[in-house]
Design a protein around this ligand. Structure first.
Ligand SMILES: [Zn+2]
Length: 339
């Protein structure tokens, strides 16, 4: 068994930088299950607001997070970073960002110079997917997709047991598959209309909840609207989980749209597993059940009968833990996955 290592995992998002000191090791090759104790333990964490005023300010904020954790750790073996950007993994460069002031930055090499330890740098959604694949819901899967429902819809692909990043690191934008050519504008920095994200991300759930609240004033959603409470995705999920029939119906409709998107992905990738995570997926089976039914009705055999659709296991730490897995794999001289 490999020795345990001390790693800093960092998740650089558009609004916050989350960093954690972790201690752990990669699972044994071929592992299909993992006890909780075998997941990396978070020893300490530090979170800061992302400074988006300039590239230099943003990077200074990240380095301060790292320095803060290093000061208490004394020494770490490696650093893993997931960033909300298009990343050239092999070159260690941030290529392009939408929600961060980072474009064409050799971030891996800059951090290696600043801190003197190996650094692995990847896209944040890919890092979260690696986290779930290495330690969470996808342990042992060879062909796996992950969708993270939040403010937008993040995506990740595991192909042959390894992350798939595409020609320039821009792959796995699974939230931007087209459901309706004439659908609503995509809320992201995307010229398309009717993307999956426009129907199943948190803001779309909030809009669907408000429409239902107006149409059904006697429902839980309607009463919340009348009381001046925020009618949004989290309320929709809470009411649905409490059994409110209108909320359950709205979530089932959104789950069905998710299933329509997954139907396309099942036919393209023939995955054995699709993991759905993110805060906007809090209603769990109320979304996943309807999504599975649409896949069973609409996707092509035999792929539709082989795919499992399941909730994520690591919660909001998936990105940090995945970044740590990438760093541990770099120490071993490769990438997470079959060795
Ligand atoms: Zn889009």
């Amino acid at each position: 068994m490999e020795p345990g290592r001390t790693i800093i995992g960092v998740d650089i998002g558009g609004t916050k930088v989350a960093a954690a000191l972790l201690r752990g090791r990669l699972p044994a090759p071929g592992a299909r299950t993992l006890a909780d104790a075998e997941r990396p333990a978070v020893l300490e964490r530090f979170t800061a607001v992302t400074d988006g005023s300039s590239s230099a300010a943003c990077l200074r904020g990240v380095e301060e997070c790292l320095a803060r954790l290093l000061a208490s750790a004394g020494k770490v073996d490696a650093i893993g970073v997931g960033v909300a950007s298009c990343v050239d993994y092999d070159a260690g460069r941030v290529v392009h960002s939408v929600n961060l002031p980072l474009g064409d930055v050799p971030l891996r090499d800059e951090l290696e110079r600043a801190f003197g330890v190996p650094v692995a740098l990847d896209n944040d959604a890919t890092a979260a997917t690696v986290g779930e694949h290495t330690y969470g819901a996808g342990i042992g899967a060879r062909e796996m997709l992950m969708l993270t429902l939040g403010t937008g819809v993040g995506g990740g692909i595991i192909c042959g047991g390894r992350p798939y990043r595409g020609f320039s690191g821009a792959a796995a934008e699974l939230g931007h598959l087209t459901l309706d050519l004439d659908g609503p504008d995509c809320p992201a920095d995307c010229p398309n209309h009717g993307c999956l994200e426009a129907y199943v991300a948190g803001p779309a759930m909030g809009a669907a909840a408000r429409a239902a609240a107006e149409a059904e004033p006697g429902s839980g959603l309607g009463r919340a609207l009348a009381a001046g409470e925020p009618v949004d995705g989290p309320l929709l999920s809470r009411l649905g989980l409490a059994g409110d029939p209108v909320a359950v119906e709205v979530l089932a409709r959104i789950g069905g749209l998710l299933g329509a998107g997954l139907t396309t992905l099942v036919s393209i990738f023939n995955p054995e597993l699709i993991v759905i995570g993110g805060g906007a997926a809090a209603a769990g089976e109320l979304l996943l059940g309807p999504a599975r039914r649409v896949i069973a009705e609409r996707a092509l055999p035999p792929a539709r009968d082989q795919v499992r659709v399941t909730g994520a296991a690591l919660g909001p730490d998936a990105g940090l833990i995945g970044a740590a897995a990438l760093a541990l794999a770099k120490l071993r001289g490769g990438e997470p996955g079959p060795s």
